[in-house]
Design a binder for this molecule. Structure first.
Ligand code: HEC
Length: 208
């Protein structure tokens, strides 16, 4: 019993010392939060594993619909070119200046499409990733748009720049995705009463 008390006291004291040291380090401001001050390899590895495990666990119950039909890829390309290319490089494209200065750097989605099951991509799009710059799109975009983006990312590994551009052009020609989001800086007229009148494409083919 005596040993138990000594062990307990030692644990409590070391806990307090560790806590006080941590608080001291935080309060002193010695930790550099600059995006150009990269993590140690070991820290990066730990954070990366934590992200992967978290996404895998949280997406485990999501059932992916059938993905990859042509119309769905066109819709995905419409959203991707409007919402994602400020950070992620599309097939055949180049990384924006802003993205080059980000840390962690926006993922190479051709690799993600290769490695991640659809449910994990979908969950990431819906919820975003804390403290990384990756936004949560679940509030602004419904499941149909997020599955279309997921399908597109799954197709990225086998897609070249010309094929991607053809999808974007087809979406533009059909008016898909236009005026659905207020993010984007396209200067469409937003006259009162005229908004969202052309979003009829939402009613066709529910793949989800
Ligand atoms: C403001 C910048 C930004 C925008 C806009 C953005 N992302 Fe991201 N995204 C990131 C960053 C940064 C990461 C990497 C996070 C990390 O490694 O912790 C990321 C990660 C991801 C991942 C996870 C990849 C992996 O391998 O784990 C997916 C999938 C993704 N983004 C898709 C998208 C899609 C699709 C869009 C558009 C709807 C989008 N992102 C818009 C910054 C952005």
């Amino acid at each position: 019993m005596k040993t138990f008390k000594i062990v307990l006291a030692t644990l409590v004291v070391s806990g307090l010392v560790a806590g006080a040291t941590g608080a001291g380090i935080i309060y002193s401001g010695v930790y550099n939060v600059g995006a150009d001050n990269h993590h140690l390899d070991a820290t990066y590895w730990v954070l990366n594993q934590a992200r992967k495990r978290s996404v895998a666990a949280h997406s485990a119950d999501i059932q992916a619909p059938e993905l990859g039909g042509h119309d769905q890829l066109v819709e995905g390309a419409a959203h991707f070119s409007e919402m994602c290319t400020g950070c992620h490089v599309p097939p055949g494209g180049q990384m924006s200046e802003a993205a080059q200065g980000m840390y962690p750097q926006p993922a190479n989605l051709a690799e993600s499409g290769e490695e991640m099951p659809p449910r994990q991509i979908f969950w990431t799009l819906e919820h975003g990733i804390k403290a990384s710059g990756m936004p949560a799109w679940g509030e602004s975009d419904g499941p149909e748009a997020l599955w279309a983006l997921t399908a597109l990312i799954k197709a990225f590994p086998d897609m070249n720049g010309a094929q991607y551009q053809a999808l974007v052009n087809e979406a533009k020609a059909k008016g898909i995705g236009e005026d659905e989001h207020s993010h984007g800086s396209h200067g469409d007229e937003h006259k009162p009463g005229s908004n969202h009148s052309e979003s009829t494409e939402n009613t066709e083919g529910h793949h989800a």
